[in-house]
Design a protein around this ligand. Structure first.
Ligand code: C2E
Ligand code: MG
Ligand code: MG
Ligand code: MG
Length: 281
């Protein structure tokens, strides 16, 4: 009887796995089509601002997928599916193309807006990646200094030699790199010493409760100090309220991002904000 139950459980497990694989495959098929459809795959832009005055210092491009039947699907759901296939390269190419065309459009309208693009491990470690970035910069005529990439500690540390080579080649084109979700990976002093990076983005899990939680405050304060001593910009992500802003100001953190300042928005909405700032400036 027990063995029978066991078997039933096993079959159920196998059935769930089969469904999971089938769901991933159908998502991949849908993604492949989405890559050619400008209505499905778009970018939102979230301002990075100064902690002191809330002035715009740049934007982070965040992918948005509007599935024709299922509606919006979060990047946290589809990025991991892409990451295990070579379709990731086409996705990254698409995201960079949209972002750089937008940077070009803003330049043509008189706005210099630095754009940060999230780059997955698979793309960063692709030997063609730095060359593709340089080609897209040339094609759009956007100065490399207006582009930066956000990579996770995992992407940097899974193959540090290749990652460093890629970051060096990008830097030669003027493109800077940030470590995203800093503090959640295998933060190691050795890597901070050798990686050619310009910015640390402190993960929002340390920022959300910074005003109430002494451990979060201590961790953020020492990361800001460490980053500054290494000559890096430090950005706090996930700033949701005025209390967090006040804590960051006391600590001396330069830059922040979060719903308190601005949510990710369409290029059109950001353009409107840019023209307001210009009018009042
Ligand atoms: P991330 O790069 O760490 O981006 C920050 C995420 O936090 C974004 O979620 C953003 O919308 C959200 N966020 C911003 N401010 C706040 C806040 O104040 N509170 C809270 N709770 N959340 C906030 P989103 O857009 O859903 O993206 C999730 C993740 O998906 C990103 O995390 C990034 O790792 C990945 N991702 C997004 N777009 C791309 C892309 O084009 N390429 C790659 N490779 N990954 C991407
Ligand atoms: Mg990011
Ligand atoms: Mg992040
Ligand atoms: Mg994240």
């Amino acid at each position: 009887h027990e063995a029978k139950q066991h078997r039933a459980g096993f079959h159920r497990y196998r059935e769930e796995q089969r469904q999971d694989v089938a769901a991933r495959l159908s998502l991949l098929g849908d993604l492949r089509r989405a890559l050619d459809d400008p209505d499905q795959l778009t970018l939102n832009y979230q301002p990075k601002v100064t902690v002191g005055g809330g002035e715009l210092v740049g934007v982070e491009a965040l992918a948005r997928w509007n599935h024709p039947e299922r509606g919006p699907i979060s990047p946290d759901e589809f990025i991991p599916v892409l990451e295990v296939t070579n379709l990731m390269h086409r996705f990254t190419e698409r995201v960079l193309t949209i972002a750089l065309r937008q940077a070009r459009a803003w330049l043509d309208a008189g706005h210099r807006v630095p754009i940060a693009v999230n780059i997955s491990a698979r793309s960063l470690l692709d030997p063609d990646f730095p060359g593709r970035v340089a080609a897209l910069l040339a094609e759009t005529g956007v100065p490399g200094g207006l582009l930066s990439i956000e990579v996770t500690e995992y992407a940097l540390m899974s193959d540090p030699d290749t990652a460093i080579e890629a970051l060096d080649r990008l830097r030669a084109a003027g493109v800077k790199a940030s470590i995203d979700d800093y503090g959640t990976g295998y933060s190691s002093m050795t890597y901070l010493k050798i990686l050619p990076i310009a910015e640390l983005k402190i993960d929002r899990s340390f920022v959300l409760d910074i005003a109430e939680n002494n451990s979060s405050r201590a961790l953020v304060a020492s990361t800001v100090e460490l980053g500054h001593r290494l000559g890096l910009t430090v950005v706090a992500e996930g700033v949701e309220d005025a209390a967090a802003v006040e804590a960051l100001r006391e600590i001396g953190c330069d830059t922040a991002q979060g719903y308190h300042f601005a949510k990710p928005m369409t290029a059109g909405a950001l353009t409107e904000q840019l023209s307001h700032t210009l009018q009042t400036a």
